[in-house]
Design a protein around this ligand. Structure first.
Ligand code: GDD
Ligand code: MG
Length: 371
């Protein structure tokens, strides 16, 4: 039987500024489509037909892009008057549901066998089952200690360093029984991680399981680039990966790649994008729709957003150029440089060491240098 899903998309995405100044985090492009598309694709692959997008503030950009459905999933929108927290939001969006459902964070990327997760949930008789994933540093996540049979002993959101004794964390996807909704008071903000899961753990009613697959929290420029690399390298199953095919190259038929330019796979060139002679794109590069890479420029392990221009003789390496940004000639963007959407960078600038240029900001010629 198909389970419904509640997808939480309330957060602000501050660590991805300035990219999130104009686009909400879950709608930032990942290769050729919004981040959230991957979540819907994943749910659809596991038989989810209906989802509620649970929003702490107006979901304009999501509704504009996805409307009443996307990737074969019918969508409804539940908009809170004021943000209700992760638990309150689930309570608000899932009210009236009378059977098991998925609830998940919309700001991470994952691939896991959800059918297996539901099967495990059924065998334990849990009220809630949490998908777990190992991470190198659990401090920014929900640490989950389990017994050998998967019963959650402790759920500890944002553990202190001395509390970290496992690498397993909450991957932000749950199977919940409707009874869980009874633990969520309707009239105030409630955190599922800080209130509901600890309480269920005390009752032995929540289980967790780590399944093989993929998981990434896309919260920083570094992880945003990592997400691009993983999709382009086909590390996990995606529609984009399928379209890239065996040669790991996807060039939209409306793009213009000069015969004197070089594409190094994995590489993606979006609709109407232009790559001029002597330019090199790749490996691990994305050139968004309608953007232009001028002669002699190099873009490697980097993302150039839609409608952006990279001038002649530039090098963009390990960095991100936001939508509609203009990069003048002979610039170098290295080591996690981020140029905000609509920014305009004059010629001969060196942007390095994670420097971020704000959305719409203008930098004169030869103003920034790193020696
Ligand atoms: N509708 C709604 N209303 N959604 C919300 C609200 C709210 O008031 N507050 C947060 N959200 C959404 C966020 O947009 C995000 O998709 C999800 O709920 C989780 O909130 P975050 O603010 O991103 O939490 P986090 O990243 O610090 O931690 C969470 O995710 C980790 C995995 O990425 C927790 O669930 C951790 O336990 C987990 O390990
Ligand atoms: Mg998050």
């Amino acid at each position: 039987m198909s389970l419904r899903a509640v997808i939480l998309v309330g957060g602000q995405g501050t660590r991805l500024r300035p990219l999130t100044d104009t686009t909400r985090k879950d709608m930032l492009p990942l290769v050729d489509r919004p981040l959230l598309s991957y979540t819907l694709e994943h749910l659809a692959r596991h038989g989810v037909e209906e989802a509620v997008i649970s929003c702490g503030y107006l979901p304009d950009q999501i509704e504009e892009a996805f409307g009443g459905g996307h990737s074969g999933v019918t969508l409804e929108y539940a908009v809170e008057e004021t943000p209700l927290g992760t638990g309150g939001a689930i309570g608000f969006a899932a009210r009236g549901l009378d059977r098991s459902f998925f609830a998940l964070n919309g700001d991470s990327l994952r691939e896991a066998d959800l059918d297996q997760l539901v099967a495990f949930h059924r065998t334990t008789g849990a009220k809630a089952t949490i998908l777990l994933t190992p991470v190198a540093d659990p401090s920014r996540y929900g640490l989950v200690r389990t017994a050998a049979d998967g019963r959650v002993e402790t759920f500890l959101e944002k553990p202190r360093p001395e509390e970290i004794d496992t690498d397993l964390i909450n991957a932000g996807l749950y199977v919940l029984e409707p009874e869980v909704l009874e633990l969520i008071p309707p009239d105030r903000a409630v955190s599922i991680e800080r209130e509901v899961f600890p309480r269920l753990a005390a009752d032995g009613a929540v289980y967790g399981i780590a399944l093989p697959g993929y998981w990434l929290d896309v919260g920083t420029p570094e992880s945003y680039l990592q997400a691009h690399r993983d999709v382009l390298e086909r590390v996990f199953a995606t529609e984009v990966g399928d379209a890239l095919g065996a040669d790991f190259t996807l060039v939209d038929p409306t793009a213009e790649v000069d015969p004197g330019a070089r594409l190094v796979p994995p590489v993606y060139v979006g609709p109407r994008a232009v790559v001029e002679p002597g330019a090199r794109l790749g490996s691990l590069a994305v050139l968004g729709a309608g953007s232009r890479l001028a002669a002699g420029s190099v873009v490697e392990n980097a993302v150039v957003g839609s409608g952006a221009t990279v001038g002649r003789g530039c090098s963009v390496i390990g960095s991100i150029v936001g939508d509609d940004a203009q990069i003048g000639s002979e610039c170098a963007l290295h080591n996690l440089a981020v140029v905000g959407p609509g920014a305009s960078i004059g010629a001969g600038n060196f942007i390095d060491h994670g420097l971020r240029i704000g959305a719409g900001q203008s930098i004169p010629d030869r103003a920034l240098r790193f020696s």
